[in-house]
Write a protein that binds this ligand. Sequence first.
Ligand code: PGA
Length: 247
Amino acid sequence: MSTKYIIGNWKLNPATTEQAVDLATALRDIAPFDDCQLGVTPSLLQFASVHDVLGESKIWVGVQNVSHLTAQTGAYTGDVSAAQIADAGADFVIIGHSERRAYFGEDAAILTQKLSHCQKAGLPVVYCIGETQEQYDDAKTLSVLDEQLSILADIGFVEGQLLVAYEPVWAIGTGRTPTVDEVEQVHQHIKKTLQASSLTAPVLYGGSVNATNAEQFGASKWVDGALVGGASLDAQSFVQIATAFAK
Ligand code: PGA
């Protein structure tokens, strides 16, 4: 069986470093999943403490953001660069999440810079794509995804440096998901599109994945894993999701 990837996106949670360490500790103490790569993505402020807990484990620790302005250092108040993130020992960076696109105005130009900085720093990327409710209703999903994927073509990612997460915006945090059939069709399309640019990447599904619905997505050969928001804040739910995919 090919490796499945279950990545927790903690977003701006939890409130304290102590809670983040408790969550990381609960995850560290579970048996490793041989065919399932787990990862968590704490906030930057809590990254070092979480990394201290998980650094020696098999669980990846990533970050949720990276500067588009420089790959190294510079006069960019408040930003953190790909080189600093790599130096801190991060295993990956999430780029293109719909919340960053919507609330922080991250467009194709900005995302291209971020992807390129991470590629040069040797930092693996979880690149998120997905259509809005309106685009879904208008049957524009595939063309929206093609446009979002098009910026990957010239970055030069090698195998192992790129994961793609298909996250319909309307499914994030809503409790609603597409059917497995819909996800499979989209994932097949994504894989074909990547191939046309000589890229190979696992394709994860994200959007209201939980302990109850994980089984149906986990059973699909077209779903290489999950990007999990809300349910990743509970160690037990997160482990149940991983168990469903590891079967
Ligand atoms: P959700 O979030 O699992 O809470 O829907 C997923 C995400 O935003 O990555």
